[in-house]
Design a protein around this ligand. Sequence first.
Ligand code: NAD
Length: 249
Amino acid sequence: MLLSDKTAIISGAASPRGIGLATARRFAAEGARVAILDIDASAAVDAAASLGSGHIGFGCDVADKSSCEQAVARVIESFGGIDVLINNAGITQPVKFLEISAADWDRIQDVNLKGVLFLSQAVIPHMRARKAGSIGCMSSVSAQRGGGIFGGPHYSAAKAGVLGLAKAMAREFGPDGIRVNCVTPGLIGTDITAGKLTDEMRAKILEGIPLNRLGTAEDVAGIYTFLASDLSAYVTGAVIDVNGGMLIH
Ligand code: NAD
């Protein structure tokens, strides 16, 4: 198993069809103990229980620094250490540039970008003391091509910010044995887009995807498993596309 004896925090992993929970399932199958942190506390507890025994779930708002600090302290108390952090929590909003209000901008930046800062700030001192750790951060094809399918420009900006932040973290904390990488998924079938994808939109999107299908949460979970494991021991500051060829560059 790729993650035997490892412990992992995954944010935003309570949504039943989401990338976070698929990653949690894959990590658990590879031998890791998983802590699910999600804004929906009871769903986080249920999601952790669904993985089997030994996993934990807590409420945590990644956009709130003290909430991140408290949740991470609870995980360290329960597991004794954290080897892997997956900054997965995110929200989107399909609006056009001129429609973005100040409140929309703040909300989207707070969860998608500031959330990566706060949760990583809570975990890194611990990883630094142990001289080891792997952090995976969720960006999006939207960051690379100036819009995915559903996210507005403020979402593209936040996810592009994640790329810069993660690369800077990789540079700063490499000497401490901490690796930081990003994943840039294309269109993945989860609840973030549920109900919004018409058959016509789907057919049009597939025309631009060489692998001729939408992505699955498991497609992304596999990449996070690689990044969390020692298979990627010499990989840091990288951005891995999981988009079926939607963007080749
Ligand atoms: P999802 O809506 O199923 O999951 C998002 C999870 O984040 C939910 O469990 C939600 O409760 C949680 N969350 C929201 N706000 C939070 C907060 N403030 N603190 C903690 N948790 C919070 O969506 P998903 O598609 O699985 O998305 C997971 C990540 O992947 C997001 O960052 C999203 O932007 C990114 N992403 C998704 C796609 C896609 O096509 N689905 C593509 C590229 C990137």
